[in-house]
Design a protein around this ligand. Structure first.
Ligand code: FAD
Length: 339
């Protein structure tokens, strides 16, 4: 019979479990119900007590100041200790940066096996883990006889577990960890300025900039500086995430004018990313298939293009505005600022 351990950790403030951890709990609950298998939630946190409110299973935790910061040695030791205490056959963990880097090592210490980028767990009486390969073109369904089997779950595929606010705190089994002598001291975190951070995976809207922003406009001139101001202004006002077409991000290498805040990380499409946002707005982008294929998880699509024959008008978008994006976005920013 299978037994399940869901590994979770606190967010940076230490006041709640991360969203990806809560998603892993949902995946664990579903699997536990389907297999009729016992489940334990393992918590890595300075103080797990406030995080345990309403958790739907047995809870084991490691606690202490050593776990306030992500660090390979302490996180791996914590996860190893939780696994040895719960002795599960299946371990589910969220694939955030904190656990993604330690979990293969933990699986090795336990003599187990690991699969990463898991999107869903199916099967009847068996466990069938699905993941995408080759940029979401091939879906692989994996079964394994080896145990313990670690499954690192990609975030965004399960609803986050929401505890009943009236539920009591779970009883926590405290697990002792023998920590190695620390060789790494975390002195602080440096993050880019908020407005420099253009890729926001949690944003409700994906705003895509295409190469048209840097092309000659009806007045015969290019207006890259104005384009940059309009795009950054919209991101600031709306909190949208910034995507780009390949043609636009490639321009940097051609020695042309380019928007300095764009990198290949922003590229959406066949050779770029396939972000998941409820809504998307493409601007100055032609909507060619190698680009639009990266929009397959965007639920509602709109585009602003000067070209009435662009790919978006050919069934790729729900709404297309045949208009000058410079004018439209200036007006939109004005309205947003007034709000
Ligand atoms: C193997 C392969 C892989 C590829 N992978 C990707 C990928 O991952 N992602 C990707 O994006 N592309 C990819 N491409 C490239 C793709 O085919 C297109 O060339 C690219 O998406 C075009 O970018 P664009 O629409 O921004 O530029 P363009 O084709 O130059 O279109 C610019 C558009 O802007 C409009 N425009 C100009 N000014 C304005 C204005 N003021 N207001 C409104 N509209 C305006 C124009 O009418 C035009 O429609 C790939 C191609 C190949 C062959």
């Amino acid at each position: 019979m299978e037994s399940i351990l869901v590994l979770t950790h606190a967010d940076e403030a230490g006041s709640s479990l991360t969203k990806a951890s809560l998603e892993a709990i949902t995946a664990g609950r579903q699997l536990s119900a389907r297999l009729d298998a016992p489940m334990t939630i393992g918590i890595v946190a300075v103080d797990p007590m406030p995080l345990s409110k309403g958790l739907p299973s047995a809870v084991a935790a490691v606690s202490g100041e050593a776990f306030s910061q992500p660090r390979y040695a302490t996180d791996a030791a914590a996860c190893e200790a939780l696994c040895r205490a719960a002795n599960p056959s299946l371990v589910l963990a969220p694939a955030g940066s904190r656990f993604a880097r330690v979990m293969a090592g933990v699986a090795h210490r336990l003599g187990g096996v690991i699969d990463t980028h898991i999107a869903s767990i199916g099967g009847q009486a068996s466990v069938e883990a699905s993941r995408w390969l080759y940029r979401q073109r091939i879906e692989a369904v994996i079964t394994r006889a080896a145990r313990p089997w670690f499954l690192l779950l990609d975030p965004g595929n399960h609803a986050a577990f929401a505890a009943d606010p009236a539920a009591p705190h779970a009883i926590i089994e405290q697990i002792h960890v023998d920590l190695p002598a620390p060789r790494t001291t975390v002195t602080g975190i440096e993050t880019p300025r908020q407005d420099a951070l253009t890729i926001r995976s949690e944003a409700k809207l994906l705003f895509v900039a295409g190469a048209g922003w840097t092309k000659k406009q009806p007045d015969g001139q290019i207006h890259v500086e104005q384009a940059g101001e309009l795009i950054l202004g919209f991101l600031r006002e709306s909190g949208a995430s910034l995507g780009s077409s390949k043609s636009l991000v490639d321009q940097g290498g051609d020695g042309n004018s380019v928007l300095p805040f764009l990198t290949h990380m922003n590229q959406v499409g066949q050779t770029g990313s396939t972000p998941r946002h409820p809504k998307g707005l493409a601007t100055c982008c032609h909507g060619e298939e190698p680009h639009v294929v990266g929009w397959r998880f965007i639920a509602e699509r709109r585009a602003i293009s000067l070209d009435p024959n662009c790919g978006w008008t050919r069934g790729k978008a729900d709404v297309v505005y045949i208009a000058d994006a410079f004018q439209v976005m200036a007006k939109v920013n004005e309205l947003l600022a007034a709000k």
